[in-house]
Design a protein around this ligand. Structure first.
Ligand code: HEC
Length: 151
């Protein structure tokens, strides 16, 4: 019993660093992670936009839920650009991205900061402030896509 425990602990201590080394099996896996991530951003953002445009009724609780998702999602895509093999794995990126990873990282941090500000506004529940924070947040998308996303 004791021996089995020790050997399984040993197994764990050898296995864990390998598992913990990366969340991505390879470069392609990193590409699908970030594309899925950006799609989730698009969905959550689109719902707030529909409320702001009056296509659906404005609902502060719903804005808050979407903003919570965006605050998390906006922090996630950026690490994928440095996963080994991701450059060769494709994705719809302009080649210029690989010489500008610091800029990409900074733009990513800005998006995440603007998402955090949107969440603060959503929690306060003031529509004018939500609109302003949302448009600040949304401005980041096109600016980065023009430089680094392939059409
Ligand atoms: C710092 C740069 C950057 C910012 C900011 C950014 N994106 Fe992107 N986005 C990219 C890149 C690069 C790709 C292409 C990724 C790939 O195919 O590997 C992309 C791809 C996408 C895609 C396509 C995903 C797919 O299925 O292929 C969507 C949708 C998207 N972005 C939405 C957004 C939205 C909405 C925002 C703003 C809230 C945003 N992005 C902000 C860089 C950015």
């Amino acid at each position: 019993m004791k021996k089995a425990l020790i050997s399984s602990l040993l197994c764990l201590s050898f296995a864990l660093p390998v598992v913990a080394a990366t969340a991505f099996t390879d470069g392609k896996d990193a590409v699908s992670y970030r594309q899925a991530n950006f799609q989730m951003i698009r969905h959550n953002m689109g719902d707030i936009q529909d409320m702001i445009r009056g296509n659906v009724a404005f609902d502060v609780e719903r804005v808050k839920r979407r903003a919570e998702a965006l605050a998390l999602l906006s922090r996630l895509p950026w690490e994928t650009f440095t996963v080994p093999g991701t450059q060769a794995a494709g994705g719809e990126v302009k080649p210029a991205i690989w010489d500008n990873l610091v800029d990409v990282q900074e733009r990513g941090e800005k998006l995440a900061a603007d998402a955090a500000a949107l969440l603060v506004a959503a929690k306060a529940g003031e529509q004018a402030a939500i609109r302003k924070a949302f448009s600040d947040y949304a401005r980041n998308c096109k600016a980065c896509h023009d430089k680094y996303k392939a059409d």
